[in-house]
Ligand binder design. Structure first.
Ligand code: ADP
Length: 532
């Protein structure tokens, strides 16, 4: 045996075998047919077979070896080149499969025959890890390219320098710095680079890959700057991801609505890289707008139909001041036509006439707002006056049905935020339903109560009618559910839509024989904003 310098080492065959046996590496010697001649401790440790089993056995059989190519070809190479290297799969004594990296070399034995010296290395775990990595990389690439979401890989490493400069100037809060220097957001965008995009991005942003690569600011219109700023702050605060709706701009400048998602994988962040997804939600927003418009139209149609039901009430509310005007006019004329006209009394009659006329026009004004179709408006509303206005529309209806009304709404109830006409519509609906439900009842009392509980203001409209059987409770708010001969079954369904659009909820509570109570919960104005 020669070392690298070519000196002959004087090692006897025996002591060589001893050395090889003690080596940790699995070393095997076999003849050309595969019969095992030498099996060291390393082999025992790796394959699990003792040397008494291994010696004399055929290596491919003992180890159920699966070669990467037909064995003849491998052997031919070994004979031609004197060596072979490759990976095989072998079965261990305990039945497990292992991937072994083999090195074979030919050597002549003492009698001139040919032997194969094999060293092996267990690479099972390394191959498994590589495979897992390959799969995960494949999955990632697949998702990156095949999903119908526009994906961007961003390099924002330049931001680190900008933040460093800010810190050096004594800035401790990026949020506060942005509030004072809104331009900084645009500068951050200019410094953030798009380094890769998937095919969907080309389609969504109407550009080629080359056009999309580069500074990201070109795709963010000014109205979305706050979203970009919030996503950077989320990354700095070590949030795992960030999501928001935002406006985007295509390469040619057309704007569209998108859902922007950003994730900050820990292993990416130190390299200043992140993955951003944009989903086009133009259609979704358009559908939402259409739905809102149809709902508003339906609510309006229902209001008109309610007003139709309340014609008698409304006529009464208008007639009363009109008769009062006539009475006062007549009285005024009488004072005027006296031998000595009493102008002071005439003046008083005029004052009363004006007061009544104002009352009538007030009633008409309220009805007009209910009848006119307008965009829902958001305003701060006190529930007391809202209840009063609604009662005015149904007062006559209640009197006709001989219903006693009790209103217990504290004057200091917190305000809610919403559309006056729509909320009034809800109350009118609940009151008309209650009056109709009590038509046959012995005792007819309608109670409206107001209360507050932390973030929600509650209004309940309770009657002493027959109540709602438990099995019908869930159906009540379904569209077209009605038990009335001429009913449409839309009233409560529309009430629910309106209340939910105000961020609230409506439910009915009814114990058998104790009437029904519709409970309306609406968020206090300003509470949601303060909680943010
Ligand atoms: P409609 O009044 O056209 O029937 P609604 O949606 O307003 O439509 O009401 C649906 C159904 O709910 C009514 O037909 C009635 O059976 C039931 N309902 C509503 N309010 C009450 C109430 N206060 N007491 C008992 N049942 C009620």
């Amino acid at each position: 045996m020669h070392d690298r310098t070519g000196d002959v080492l004087d090692i006897s065959a025996n002591s060589l075998a001893g050395l090889l046996d003690a080596a940790h590496e699995p070393i095997l010697v076999r003849d050309l047919e595969g019969r095992i001649l030498f099996w060291n401790q390393g082999c025992e440790a790796l394959y699990g077979h003792g040397r008494e089993v291994a010696r004399g056995a055929l290596a491919p059989d003992l180890l159920s070896t699966v070669f990467p190519a037909p064995l003849d070809q491998i052997t031919a190479r070994l004979l031609a080149e004197g060596r072979w290297e490759g990976e095989v799969t072998r079965r261990l004594a305990d039945g497990r499969e292992a991937v072994i990296a083999l090195r074979w070399s030919l050597r002549r034995d003492v009698s001139g025959g040919v032997e194969v010296l094999e060293t092996g290395r267990d690479v099972t775990e390394a191959r498994k890890a590589e495979e897992a990595l390959r799969r995960s990389e494949y999955r990632f690439r697949n998702v990156f390219h095949a999903m119908s979401v526009s994906f961007w890989e961003l390099d924002f490493s330049a931001l680190a320098g900008m933040f460093g400069a800010l810190r050096a100037k004594g800035v401790t809060s990026l949020r506060a710095h942005i509030a004072e220097n809104p331009r900084f957001v645009r500068q951050m965008m200019e410094a953030s680079q798009v380094v890769d995009v998937n095919d969907k991005s080309l389609q969504l942003f109407e550009a080629t890959r080359e056009q999309l690569l580069g500074p990201v600011d070109r795709f963010w219109p000014p109205c979305s700057e706050h979203v970009f700023a919030a996503s950077v702050i989320a990354a700095l605060e070590k949030k795992p991801h960030y999501e928001s709706e935002a406006r985007f701009r295509t390469y040619d400048g057309r704007e569209f609505d998108g859902l922007f998602t950003c994730c900050y994988p820990r292993e990416y962040l130190p390299q200043g890289a992140t993955l951003v997804g944009v989903i086009d939600i133009t259609d979704r927003l358009r559908a939402q707008e259409d739905l809102a418009r149809v709902q508003a139209e339906l609510a309006h149609a229902a209001r008109i139909s309610t007003l139709g039901e309340l014609t008698a009430s409304i006529a009464h509310e208008v007639n009363q001041p009109l008769s009062a005007i006539v009475t006062n006019g007549e009285a005024g004329l009488r004072w005027l036509r006296r031998a000595t006209p009493d102008l002071e009394e005439v003046g008083r009659a005029f004052d009363r006439m004006i007061g009544e006329a104002n009352r009538a026009s007030g009633v008409i004004g309220r009805i007009r707002t209910m009848a006119v179709k307008g965009e829902p408006e958001k305003a701060r509303l006190s529930l007391g006056p809202l209840v009063e206005d609604s009662v005015l529309l149904v007062r006559r209806e209640l009197t006709t049905h001989d219903v006693a009304l009790r209103v217990q709404v504290p004057a200091d109830l917190p305000e809610v935020e919403g559309d006056r006409v729509q909320l009034q519509q809800v109350l009118v609906n609940l009151m008309v339903n209650a009056a109709q439900a009590m038509a046959e009842a012995q005792e007819r009392v309608l109670t409206i109560r107001g209360s507050v509980d932390e973030a929600m203001v509650t209004l309940s409209v309770a009657d002493t009618g027959p109540g709602v059987p438990p099995e019908r409770l869930v159906q009540l708010f379904n569209a077209f559910y009605t038990t009335k001969a001429g009913g449409m079954g839309m009233g409560l369904s529309i009430c629910k839509t309106i209340v939910q659009a105000h961020g609230g909820e409506i439910a009915v509570v009814s114990a058998p024989g104790e009437g029904a109570s519709f409970v309306l919960k609406l968020p206090r104005a300003g509470v949601a904003q303060e909680a943010d």
